[in-house]
Design a protein around this ligand. Structure first.
Ligand SMILES: Cc1ncc(C[n+]2csc(CCOP(=O)(O)OP(=O)(O)O)c2C)c(N)n1
Length: 318
């Protein structure tokens, strides 16, 4: 891999991390309200997988989708303005953190756990029927994999042979429910073959491993026009959302996982191999800090949607 590509991976993960740290700060100041689910710790999954996608592939994510939106190249200012509820937000300030959409980048969030799996199958079916070469990539948590919709979507995707890549971001907790309390079979990768779907597992704390696995998966989905199931084992370092006392896991467990933080993991690897220097990292941090500040300035300078417009777009796109 070229140095520029390594730096790109590091830049995207750092951007997500610093952007979300700023979101938490702005939430404490009540500049951002409503729900806010941070992706901190899981950055390697969104960044690794999106490298393998083409610009006209669909990306469907959950309510924890800031990372996917940024990795997909959505504008950080439009995302921050959305969180602030400003008209300049990517969903006109009407969706907030859980509903980031971009029609050009073909990327969107979804607040209904597992609700978007069947949407991804539908989009992949449409692509197949229209003989387009695009695929649908759907990210979801292991909690979603315990829902009926997961099984319906996997079944239909395999039955109809549609080009969809299911990416399970297994962070071991669905809100306060641990994997072992919600799944009879905890090896999630066993659920793909049950539907005849080719399946692989990647270390979700290692962006290089995720990218490798995703490239292989995307190639197969596109070439064969079939579904594929990729399980990425990862961990969220922060609470489920901004309201969560985290009584369901030990602090020591969180500290253990932090030792596998995907950002220092990549930067240390690149420093050791002498692919990058400390100066490169400092330059990246400076670029990221400037981009995050620009996003905040954009959001703060934005305009509130007038109350008279409240019902606009509810029943029509007009
Ligand atoms: C259909 C539905 N049921 C319940 C909820 C409430 N809820 C929000 S997030 C969440 C946990 C989902 O966990 P997981 O799928 O593992 O994703 P993670 O939050 O860990 O990324 C639940 C139950 C919801 N939003 N939608």
């Amino acid at each position: 891999m070229e140095k520029a590509q390594y730096l790109r991976l590091l830049y995207q993960m750092l951007l997500i991390r610093r952007f979300e740290e700023k979101c938490a700060e702005m939430y404490a100041k009540t500049n951002i309200r409503g729900f806010l689910h941070l992706y901190i710790g899981e950055e390697a999954v969104a960044v690794g997988v999106t490298q393998a996608l083409a610009g006209d592939d669909y990306v469907l994510a959950t309510y924890r989708e800031h990372g996917h939106a940024l990795a997909r190249g959505m504008d950080a200012g439009a995302i921050m303005a959305e969180m602030y509820g400003k008209q300049e937000g990517c969903s006109r300030g009407r969706g907030g953190s859980m509903h980031l959409f971009d029609g050009q980048k073909l990327c969107g969030g979804n607040a209904i756990v597992a609700g978007h799996l069947s949407m991804a199958v539908g989009m992949a079916l449409a692509a197949k029927k229209q003989q387009q070469n695009r695929i649908a990539c759907c990210f979801f948590g292991e909690g979603a994999a315990a829902e009926g919709e997961f099984h319906e979507a996997m079944n239909l995707a395999a039955l109809w042979q549609v080009p969809v890549l299911f990416v399970c971001e297994n962070n071991y907790y669905a809100m306060g429910t641990a994997l072992r309390f919600s799944h009879a079979v905890q090896e999630l990768e066993k659920k793909g073959p049950a539907y005849g779907i080719e399946t692989a597992v990647a270390d979700g704390m290692d962006v290089l491993a995720v990218e490798r696995a995703a490239r292989e998966a995307v190639e197969k989905v596109r070439a064969a026009g079939k579904p594929y199931f990729l399980v990425c084992n990862t961990y969220r370092f922060r609470a489920h959302s901004m309201f969560d006392a985290e009584l369901y896991r030990d602090k020591s467990e969180v500290e253990e996982w932090k030792k596998r933080d995907p950002i220092p993991r990549l930067s240390d690897f690149l420093l050791t191999k002498k692919v990058i220097t400390e100066q490169d990292i400092e330059d990246l941090e400076n670029r990221v800090a400037a981009e995050v500040q620009k996003a905040v300035d954009f959001a703060e300078g934005g305009t509130w949607e007038p109350v008279e417009q409240l019902t606009k777009f509810v029943y029509s796109s007009d």
